[in-house]
Design a protein around this ligand. Structure first.
Ligand SMILES: [Zn+2]
Length: 397
């Protein structure tokens, strides 16, 4: 054990800051989730959303862009449930913000994450935008609601061990939410169910978070299992960037990990879109179902737009969006610029910002045990096992 602690400490020195954990789902995932959600809307909303698809897709990553400028932004993207209890935190954390803040203090919530309440706040802003018939605000808050809701589908957004940094698995976050979707999106089935009005959106989001939390043990344990067939040389690749050496999982490791957890990643990504569509629909209904066609100029989709929508809906149902190059995320430069003019050029042309640690307060203890050790995990059939019992702490070492 001592040797491992030493080598972890040494790795931290060599590698500089903790590996980045800046974009849940990465840019690709958020864009795909937002685009697919548009296909899952009822006709009374779909024309408006389809007309503004390029902008919605582009703005769906705006909340992550804000994190560089606003330190308070980060906590809106996650909720680290195991901070409150490793046994059954869902029995301990009240569902409403007011009750949770009273029990744990607003400062604590701001430190360990406010994801479910951020989803609700953003949904409320969308309701108000609908009520005011404000197209710009409808697009902005729809895109942001998509982002925050999609973040709750990422298991690593529900834990203090969000990058595997507490269990000797630093870099796990990027592997899960970026490397795997980028390499395997072509294989993902995206034809999920339609959005539906939610009777209790807060309860629905808590359900998602609980589901995400349930995938954590598999996320860590399968990494540890696969690591047994890799050496440090084959497991990682190193890049020099911004004066630091950064380590990430090798493509070979990503491919092996995909075989074990890829179904889980695809399942969570696919599940996010109907939730996004449902939240948009719920907000629209709460606002009194304003006539969105009346907000469009010109008011109806033209023949070209109708043909494009029909083609995309057909491809989506056939799981052929990727193959037919119909995802904006695949051709972002060309498509976004064509549809969105100058604004998009500004958004797309900038180089990626330097990586930003997600929560500096929790990155300084690389040797603590994995916090998810007492989780009982139910994994869906998609990843090959129905039930998986928890392994003891340190299994990955
Ligand atoms: Zn995010």
């Amino acid at each position: 054990m001592k040797k491992i602690l030493l080598s972890l400490g040494l790795a931290a020195v060599l590698l500089g800051p903790a590996a980045p954990a800046a974009n849940a789902w990465g840019i690709l995932g958020h864009r795909v989730i937002t685009q697919v959600a548009i296909y899952q809307l009822p006709a009374s909303m779909q024309a408006f959303y389809f007309r503004h698809m390029a902008e919605l897709v582009r703005l769906s990553t705006a909340p992550d862009d804000r994190r560089a400028k606003n330190p308070a932004e980060a906590a809106r993207h996650f909720i680290r449930m195991d901070h409150y209890s490793e046994d059954n935190p869902f029995a301990k954390v009240p569902r409403t913000y007011e009750e949770a803040a009273e029990k744990f203090s607003a400062d604590t919530l701001n430190k360990y994450g406010t994801a479910p309440w951020t989803v609700m706040d953003t949904k409320q802003r969308l309701v108000e935008a609908f009520q005011q018939h404000d197209s710009t605000a409808i697009i902005k808050y729809s895109a942001e609601l998509s982002h925050y809701a999609a973040d709750t589908f990422v298991p690593l957004h529900t834990t203090v061990n969000y990058d595997g940094q507490l269990s000797g698995q630093t870099g796990l976050y990027n592997l899960w939410e970026s490397q795997l979707p980028e390499r395997f999106l072509k294989d993902y089935k995206l034809n999920g169910e339609d959005g539906k009005a939610l009777k209790d959106p807060l309860a629905a989001i808590w359900g998602v978070i609980q589901g995400s939390y349930g995938f954590l043990t598999a996320t860590y344990d399968l990494e540890a299992k696969i690591s047994k067939s890799f050496t440090p040389q084959t497991k990682y690749t190193y890049a020099h960037r911004f004066g630091h050496t950064q380590r990430r999982y090798s493509d070979a490791f990503a491919d092996a990990y995909e075989k074990e957890v890829g179904g889980m990643v695809a399942f969570r990504l696919k599940g996010a879109s109907p939730m996004v569509a449902s939240l948009w629909l719920t907000a629209w209904q709460e606002a009194g179902r304003p006539n969105l066609d009346a907000l469009m100029v010109p008011a109806k989709l033209n023949k070209d737009e109708k043909d494009q929508l029909a083609t995309q809906l057909r491809a989506w149902k056939e799981n052929a969006l990727f193959k037919e190059q119909l995802l904006i995320a695949q051709q972002k430069e060309k498509k976004v610029i064509a549809a969105d003019d100058i604004q998009a050029v500004e958004g797309e042309a900038a180089p990626p910002p330097p990586p930003e640690p997600e929560a500096p307060a929790t990155t300084d203890a690389p040797a603590a045990p994995a916090p998810a050790t007492k989780l009982k995990v139910k994994t869906k059939g998609a990843i090959g096992t129905d039930k998986q019992k928890t392994k003891p702490s340190g299994a990955s070492w």
